[in-house]
Write a protein that binds this ligand. Sequence first.
Ligand code: GLN
Length: 540
Amino acid sequence: MTKFVFITGGVVSSLGKGVVSASLGQLLSSRGIGVSFLKFDPYLNRDAGTMNPYQHGEVFVTEDGAETDLDLGHYERFAGATLGRRNNVTTGQIYGEVLDRERRGCYGGETVQVIPHVVDTIKAAILRAAEDGPDVLFVELGGTIGDIEGMPFIEAIRQFMLDRPKDGSVLLHLALLPGSPAGGEIKTKPAQHSAQKLRECGLHMDFLLCRSERPMSCGVREKLALYSNLRADRVIDVPDVRLIYEIPDRLHRQGLDDMLCRRLGLESADGDREPWRSFVAAAGNGGVPLRIAAVGKYTGMADSYKSLGEALLHAAAAKNAKLRLDWIGAEDLEAGDPAAILAPYSGVIVPGGFGYRGASGKMRAIRWAREGGTPFLGLCYGLQCAVVEFARNVCGEADAVSAEWLDAAPFDAANSWITLLDNQGKATPLGGTLRLGAQPCALEPGSRAAKAYGAEAVSERHRHRYEVNPEKTALLEERGMRITGRHPPSGLVEIIELPGDQWFVATQAHPEFKSRPLAPHPLFLAFVEAALAQGAPRGA
Ligand code: GLN
């Protein structure tokens, strides 16, 4: 019988509820408890697919091709879970379901209302996420207690908990303890108010987690416990940390996983915390300094490329490197001199992206890496830019473009080296849908990619609309680019490499989504290894 752990937040949003939920998942799964997750996002978008990374950070793609909130990335990385479409539910989806049912006459003439119809649909979504029977389902509610748009979810949680036995569910509330503007003691009043707000909604928290800049004093803990109807040991510190992966052990040291298991009637012994701790130690200190440049468009928002930064950190920790990842604005490279900007780096990454803005800066970075032998890793759009750069500067096709750029300038569609394809894999200026989720890739034996993966058949997650134009691949290969990975049913290009000693690999997929702290992704490992072998960067 699945047990349910609900997590709400108070005072302000972006407190790290996702990391806390993921950390609890890590703790319980290390004790041998099967965990899964559900993230409720109370916005009206059907999913995160259309959202600007500046507002919501990265769109995380699951195996089954759902475009989800980046918290699912934390859940997968911390708890080793593999999640899917039903693990991220938005208000838009809930209302969509209710309105579809209304049109089909499923409500038999009743007035369709938030209570019971919307709330019942939310409750059904919780049960759907638990269908595979995890021992524990973590259900995190986005936003802050008191938000108008969160209210139907809060009511659904209240009713859902009421329907369960006492040890069937628990509620954790994460609140902010701000410092006094005048300095000195941290302030508890906002957290008290959010506890009060929860009570007004008919919910009683079982644990209060407090996010603060520094650990709280005994006095603060006792005061919060008193105002929240809790024992003092159920008020837990979540101080700021240098590395989010430290959080599981911070919670463990306060006995939270033990108390949670006891409260839910789950029998389990302490798990082996050693592998996680050694990863944290390696990720924190690491030996050899390694500077990597990532050239992107959304560099002003740290979370826009969340999984990429994490994947690189996992690989660097495994290779005992002290990683410094710098984000370089693609537009800065358009104006500036790539050699001057990129010289301090031992490796260059061009990640996923959309649209023409910044494309020529990315291509300048790729050219610099290609011509100077600096290790290069291209991810999705990074592969597409690498193909166009090669077409222009090696194949002599100065007008080569991606069909994605045709609206942006008077480009000629006939020069599309990256194009939209119809269902048969033929180039067409029309149609084309986003290719999403896990797709197979057959690797050429002996290639760099096959060596890195240690396999010849792999699967990676995709999120793109455009493909390398199959009519251009012969010319690419003739001029020395190697196509070492293809999508087996269609023959579409999945991976490109350059021959010779240089580590220059780009993939049409997003391998970063599958990297885990204790199982770094093979392509990132190989890239980091190559960058370390590079020694001192050019010009250093
Ligand atoms: N914009 C490109 C496409 O749609 C690449 C997308 C990406 O990098 N995720 O094909």
